[in-house]
Design a protein around this ligand. Structure first.
Ligand code: IFM
Length: 478
């Protein structure tokens, strides 16, 4: 990877932030309606899997209970200056103790699918060895509770909470971590496999790569581009090994990756912007999609990284066969598009949410769903995350009026509906998130839930969007 490219990678966040701050809009994309139009009588296919999503570290709390080990996020969030207000996931939404009430909430909303993650350090406190039965028991209670309420469980094996002992041994820079992950996955399949029809392997590998190893604002907090892309390879390898581990159990359950994908558009009409946008797409999307679904890394990205890069040197014969082990579904997480300038920076074209990195562009949902179907399909798709943060407040009359979230979800669901009408095999849609939760470096400031969590009391209050979503589910449409 050239110095210029390396610098560019590291300055991406800064460029985005600058553009956002100045409201810069250099785009000439003729599409001027971010919603693509919505409203009307939009019915989804019968049996559509309306759901909501969470992850272990963000909601469970109970950080020291029932034999749970430490994860990189325990270490990171307890390090002064790493998270807003010094927030940690020690208590979070206390879901570990309140899961039964949360299950009742899900039933009352009418959810048909619940996507959650399993905490690796609850199952293997040191990242290896005999599984901790108390950890498995918690998830069995959760999963049984879902079935009792007619909700289908979808479990993610890894949502960023790597056991700290594995980090101490090199973390995802160490190829061995991929093999430890496969062992952990096998333990989970044996412990819970009879009750879980759909598995997701690694949540958003790209976020680990970029936020954890390029920008350093997520655990483990490094700024090392060479390490970052070696980590990308080992995360992909871990994914493939877990797919094989599931098949080896003889299970009929389905499995796939959970990728946050971003439509990338040139910010102007120049050939340079088109070229830069294509490469940006390589880093954001194709690095993960191509390796899993085509069995090769994108040549432009590998060339940009360079033949002497750690990733290039870290790819062993046979790795791509493992990574591209056939999957049953692709989980798409959509939040924001990117508009790429001729020099490879980004500009902000649409209003942002409380998260300054998120431009609100519902058409992007249509674009990304149709694109993956066109380029990689046909493959069953599920949207496993979509949502926005707001500074929601609990009013004196006990309600939370989050109309902005309703507008956001309606437009994005309408865009997904258009994609379905155009032949995209989308099976389900999970709102991020069921509950307000620990938003990583942002702590508890950003509220992403359909359900408000009053952290001092842990009281749950259905936001206006939750009531609205219940009606969407009941009507199977908008
Ligand atoms: O909260 C995160 C989640 O853990 C992964 N996807 C994006 C969400 C919002 O930032």
């Amino acid at each position: 990877m050239s110095m210029l490219t390396r610098r560019r990678l590291l300055s991406r966040a800064a460029l985005s932030a600058t553009a956002g701050a100045t409201g810069c809009d250099a785009g000439t994309d003729p599409d001027t309606d971010p919603t693509g139009g919505s409203g009307g009588n939009l019915r989804f296919p019968t049996g559509f899997g309306w759901g909501a999503a969470t992850s272990a570290y963000q909601i469970e709390g109970a950080a020291k209970e029932d034999g749970r080990g430490e994860s990189v996020w325990d270490t990171f969030s307890r390090t002064p200056g790493r998270t807003r207000n010094g927030d940690t996931g020690d208590v979070a939404a206390d879901h570990y103790h309140r899961y039964a009430d949360d299950l009742d909430l899900m039933r009352d909303l009418g959810l048909r699918s619940y996507r959650f993650s399993i905490s690796w350090p609850r199952i293997q406190p040191d990242g290896t060895g005999t599984p901790n039965q108390r950890g498995l028991d918690f998830y069995r209670r959760l999963v049984d509770g879902l079935h009792e309420r007619g909700i289908s469980p979808m479990a993610t094996l890894f949502h960023w909470d790597l056991p700290q002992t594995l980090q101490d041994a090199g973390g995802w820079e160490n190829r061995d971590t991929a093999y430890r992950f496969a062992e952990y996955a096998e333990a989970v399949f044996h412990g819970l496999g009879d009750r879980i029809p759909a598995w997701l392997t690694i949540n958003e590998p790209k976020t680990v790569v970029q936020n954890g190893y390029l920008y350093g604002h997520h655990a483990p907090g490094f700024q090392d581009p060479q390490a970052a892309y070696l980590v990308a390879h080992h995360l992909q390898l871990a994914h493939g090994l877990a797919v094989r581990a599931l098949r080896a159990t003889g299970s009929a359950a389905r499995i796939g990756p959970a990728l946050n994908l971003h439509p990338c558009y040139p910010a102007d009409d120049s050939a340079e912007a088109a070229r830069a946008s294509r490469l940006y797409d390589g880093y954001e999307n194709r690095l993960y999609l191509d390796s899993i679904l085509k069995g090769s890394y994108p040549a432009d990205v590998l060339a940009d990284l360079g033949a002497d890069s750690r990733i290039a040197r870290g790819i062993v014969d046979g790795d791509l066969e493992i990574i591209s082990s056939p999957v049953d579904l692709l989980a798409v997480q959509y939040y924001t598009p990117y508009y790429v300038t001729p020099t490879g920076g980004t500009v902000t074209r649409w209003p942002t949410s409380q998260a300054d990195w998120q431009q609100i562009y519902p058409n992007g949902m249509y674009d990304i769903l149709t694109r993956v179907t066109r380029d990689y399909g046909p493959l069953p798709l599920t949207v496993t995350e979509n949502g926005l943060p707001q500074a929601d407040t609990l009013s004196a009359d006990g309600t939370v009026d989050d109309t902005g979230r309703i507008d956001f979800l309606r437009e994005h669901m309408a865009a997904a509906h258009r994609a379905v009408s155009d032949g995209v095999p989308l099976e389900s849609y999970h709102v991020w998130s069921l509950l307000d939760n620990f938003e990583w470096a942002e702590g508890y400031d950003q509220r992403w839930g359909l359900v408000y969590v009053d952290y001092p009391t842990q009281r749950r209050v259905l936001k206006r969007s939750a009531h609205w979503y219940r009606e969407v589910i009941r009507a199977n449409g908008l």
